[in-house]
Design a binder for this molecule. Sequence first.
Ligand code: DGL
Length: 246
Amino acid sequence: MRVGVFDSGAGGLTVAKSLLQTPLFDEIIYYGDTARVPYGIKDSNTIIRYGLEAIEFFNNFDIDLLITACNTVSAYALNDMREVASYPVYGVIEPGIWALEKKGINKDANILIIATRATINSKRYQIEIAKKGFKNIMALQTGMLVPIVEEGIFEGKVLEAMLEYYFKDIATPDAIILGCTHFPLIAKSIKNFFHNKPILIHSGEAIVEYLLSLGYKKLPKTPSMQIYASDNVKNLRTIAKKWLSQ
Ligand code: DGL
């Protein structure tokens, strides 16, 4: 089976990595819209249009299913994308919330969602998590972490200063939803900031578990992967080499 993985840029490689670590498909076609990243500061119409254009891109590849690794696109464009796609389209929000429930986290626990401005403003995570009965939900826009990760900064003083900026006034959460493709790369620093207490929900791990629960089967062989980008594909391939080995 051939799976498409779509993201606004390089961040979705964190989801591709999970699919390489737990093979469910023979081939991964990765497409990063590097010419137009970041999506997280765009308005809903633009995000939907970009999602629909991604479907057009993947129509050239005869894929069996598409994973929208981008949380921002998952928050706004999934329904529109599903309407025009001839294959199933999965987002990462539903699997993330499914993973939160599956970890058996208490409904009174403090849940922190961190994501781009657009994802937080969509309230998708907040609404769906509340529907599951969780009572203490906090949502924070932490978009400045995206360019830090794009710079290849996964630890150290600059990142710590940014975490301090965002998190200094909040109590240690019991669980954090990493509601942005980039954040798994700084998961260790985020966890350290809160003295290793919170459980972190990672979109890549969540989607793999979710697909397994839907009946997709583990394969014995690591998938092959092709990488495409709307700008500077060479750069994305270099980033992929580095990120996939982290
Ligand atoms: N891929 C985006 C997300 O997961 C983060 C980067 C962007 O703003 O495009 O929300």
